[in-house]
Design a protein around this ligand. Structure first.
Ligand code: F0G
Length: 458
């Protein structure tokens, strides 16, 4: 029997108007912004794919939770609603709310990292790496080699190379306090980690008595890929897969702005009472009392509902399906992207898109500017600008890829919006040979990408 097509498992109840500027107006806006997409006002953007973080649409149930969630400094019902949901889902007994993901990293890493430590992982996210390096420790990337080949269709490109992990641990025995596994791996293209690999990382950590921390901003999307790509998991529910994934971890940090489908929030979940006690001190100093950690009660109540909704298979199928369909359309149009398409974003390979623009003339930043000018679509550069300068030599670090990330917010845009994205990229691609690169005219000493200014090369 022919399968019935599926669609979003929700209908739209409230809408927000967006305006479309003219081509000329956009040209003026981006020039005024110093050709930095971060400097644009969001009202001047038609389709905003800068991030999928804190940009999702909450459901009617989440909005009701906002109204009924109570506020209290200590012991609110909202906190317990959130905590109970997290314990039920992740099966970790200790939960600490934080105002967002990097705050969870700050608290946990304050308890775990000392100067000179080495933290292996699978391409640490920028803030994770930042919190490691800020403590004069080192992030060591042990991702499998397949991940550095844009055309390799490996289904779990977020996997760790276990041999490499073990040798890093063996060579630095007393300097590795924990391993961090990011699921899905954002910096690697939103690529998932297989259950088999999660288990192997966990076995390695146990063998050497090392804590295993998960960065779980997109944990449900990772579970969806395990269900749809890994043998033996096709008949398991998303919540069963999530429970198994977390059974291998000792602790996790969460940016609830992604798979919590809330606009702000995060948390730490832990198994060890001792570590919970250590984190408690840092939470109170940095975030707030242990039952709110920088979040409003109503936001914790909405997060409890978001965590329920994000593990719904139909939701995940439509969310990831939208990203996959966009990827397919771009590939069919000959736009070079990282393959296979990950869970939350498309990564356009700008050095392939503009083979005539050398990396030091900023191909991904150029593509971001051209796409905004063409179609009002905002992406984000993940390339030489973001990679910044080497802190010692002050030379530009040259990452292997210069990418434009188009991150899709959850439950926000329709297929028609995605058609505009495809159209815009096709148009820029048609005139790619006439596009010129950019040059930096201002850069801050660190984290330059946020405030840099550029000029167009003639
Ligand atoms: N870990 C991962 C994997 C992330 O993608 C992010 C944020 C964080 C931690 C930090 O969380 O923003 O709540 O403090 N990623 C956003 C992005 C910013 O656009 O990918 P946060």
């Amino acid at each position: 029997m022919e399968r019935m097509p599926y669609s979003e498992p929700y209908k739209i109840k409230t809408v927000e108007s967006i305006k479309v500027l003219t081509h000329q107006e956009r040209q003026a806006k981006i020039k005024e912004a110093g050709y930095n997409l971060f400097n644009l006002r969001s009202e001047d953007v038609y389709i905003d794919l800068l991030t999928d973080s804190g940009t999702g649409a909450m459901s009617d149930k989440q909005w009701s939770a906002i109204m009924t969630g109570d506020e209290s400094y200590a012991g609110s019902k909202s906190f317990f609603k959130m905590k109970d949901k997290i314990v039920d889902l992740l099966k970790m007994p200790y939960v600490i709310p934080t105002h967002q993901g990097r705050a969870a990293e700050n608290v946990l890493f304050s308890a775990l990292i000392k100067e000179g430590d080495i933290i292996p992982g699978n391409t640490h996210f920028d803030t994770t790496k930042g919190h490691i390096e800020f403590r004069n420790a080192f992030a060591c990337d042990c991702t499998i080699n397949e991940a550095s080949d844009a055309d390799n269709e490996h289904p779990f490109k977020g996997n760790v190379d276990i041999g490499q992990l073990e040798s890093v641990i063996k060579q630095n025995r007393s300097k590795v306090p924990f391993v961090v596994l990011t699921v899905t791996c954002n910096s690697g293209g939103g690529q998932p980690v297989s259950m088999d690999n999660i288990k192997a990382v966990s076995d390695t950590c146990r063998k050497y008595d090392i804590t295993l921390v998960f960065d779980v901003a997109r944990f449900a999307e990772n579970a969806y890929f395990i269900k749809t790509r890994e043998k033996g998991y096709e008949d398991k529910s998303i919540t069963e897969i999530v429970a198994e994934m977390f059974s291998y971890a000792d602790a996790c940090t969460m940016s609830a702005k992604k798979d919590g489908i809330v606009n702000i929030g995060g948390f730490i979940a832990l198994r060890s009472e001792e570590l919970y006690k250590q984190c408690s001190v840092f939470t109170i100093i940095y975030e707030g009392y242990l039952t709110y950690g920088g979040m409003a009660g109503r936001d914790m109540a909405a997060l409890a509902v978001g965590l329920e909704e994000v593990t719904d298979f139909d939701y995940l199928r439509s969310r990831i399906g939208q990203v996959q369909r966009l990827g397919k359309k771009l590939q069919d149009a000959g736009i070079p992207i990282i393959k296979p398409v990950g869970g939350h974003a498309i990564y356009v390979d700008a050095m392939k898109f503009f083979p005539h623009i050398p990396q030091d003339q900023l191909p991904a930043q150029t593509l971001g500017v051209e796409l905004y000018t063409e179609a009002g679509v905002r992406g984000v550069e993940i390339g030489i600008v973001l990679a910044d300068r080497d802190p010692i030599t002050r030379e530009n670090r040259k990452p292997k890829f210069d990418l434009l990330r188009l991150a899709i917010p959850r439950r926000v845009y329709t297929e028609n919006h995605m058609e505009v994205v495809v159209w815009g990229l096709k148009k820029v691609h048609e005139r790619r040979n006439s596009c010129k690169g950019l040059e930096l005219t201002y850069e801050a000493p660190i984290m330059r990408h946020f405030t840099a200014r550029f000029k167009k090369l003639d």
